[in-house]
Design a protein around this ligand. Sequence first.
Ligand code: CTP
Length: 429
Amino acid sequence: QASNEAQSRGWHLYLVGGGVRDLLLTEANQPLLLQDIDLVVDGFHRATDDGAGLELASKIQQMYPQARLSVHGEFQTAALLWHKDPTLGNLWIDIATARTEFYPYPAANPEVEASSIRQDLYRRDFTINALAVRLTSPKKGEFSRKGDLLDFFGGLLDLRSRQIRVLHPNSFIEDPTRIYRAVRFAVRLGFTIESQTEEYIRYAIASGVYERLRLENQQAPALTTRLRTELKYILQAEYWKPALQLLADLEALRCLHQDLILTNQLWWQIRCVSRWLKIIDPENNFDHWLIRLEVLIAHLNPSERIKVATNLQLPKDSLQRLKKLEQIETEVIEKLPHYQRKSEIYLLLRQYKYVSLILLSVRTSKSIRRTIWQYLTRLAKVEPLLNGNDLKNLGYQPGPIYKQILDNLLIATLDGKIHSYTEAEAFIQ
Ligand code: CTP
């Protein structure tokens, strides 16, 4: 329908970006479910047509009122979102007006103006993402056909030779998040980063583009939001380990902080935390990707941690954990080795959140780590053998005394002094 609407206005409509790449990578007999579809319109007659993407999206939204329309005016794009279908999930369709981007300075947000499909594709990150399929029939006098693949930059060849190749040398300087994207696509698709592209990445990092921008420019928040999004994609993916290693090989963790490198110790810490999380939180109630990121940040000096976390606009919980980590570390390392009784261990560690303890555990000695593990997997789950109802049945008047009795019961249970209901009853008499 979008292509009919475009056609009737004399415009061209194209499928572009990841959708084309994934279509071409999918074997003919395999199913492909596109959930994120990028369309681009071009071929205008009038200057006012630079809102073509928005016009088409609004038209489609009138036909499908259940779709939600949102507009990013400054970038001349409109997005349609169909909410969760139980089997198919969400569907996003972005309809953009073909555009050229200008980066007013390195790593800035691009400024935009309407242009042709070729220029639109040229502003993109990698050749494999700069392919387009024409969805409209040609106008009189044009040679191309509906369904044609537009490949101006050798994307098809790179797909076949499984390479991530950047379109222009300045790409990573203009947008350092593309370094993370290169790694993500390389690992996810099993491609290699083409050698010249790798050089451009190393050059951008060595030139300190991200660090310089953070210091010099207030436009940075938009960039760090994009960086955080890419980090999230990488750290929550199944393939996070090879991706993190590749980022480290490229020294790209320095985009987060100049001093951040993946030492053997840090590599061990992050894997250890991930193993613990898998066991303690198999249902993913915590954001595992965020905790992995916190492990990386916790590797920095305490004074730098908050700067990095704030800059990445991490959620309040994360900031709190990173802020308190040093203090918890001091308290636990000082006190825990002197505690023998399980109740002492319990009462000390229950003051802290699970995730803080997990973060802390990899920063301590083996014996403290074991004790924290014992707490997380066993002690924290121990319950007093009686509950409030039992106390009521035993004739206790409800009130603050309940908490005291139940706490005493819990301590006695932890220390192995009581094992049964009868013993518990006798204990409180
Ligand atoms: N793009 C870009 N530079 C970026 C982000 C995106 O050039 N920093 C372009 C790429 O052409 C990309 C398209 O915008 O194909 C859409 O971006 P996005 O949806 O993030 O990526 P996809 O390629 O669709 O990848 P995925 O399958 O992971 O969604």
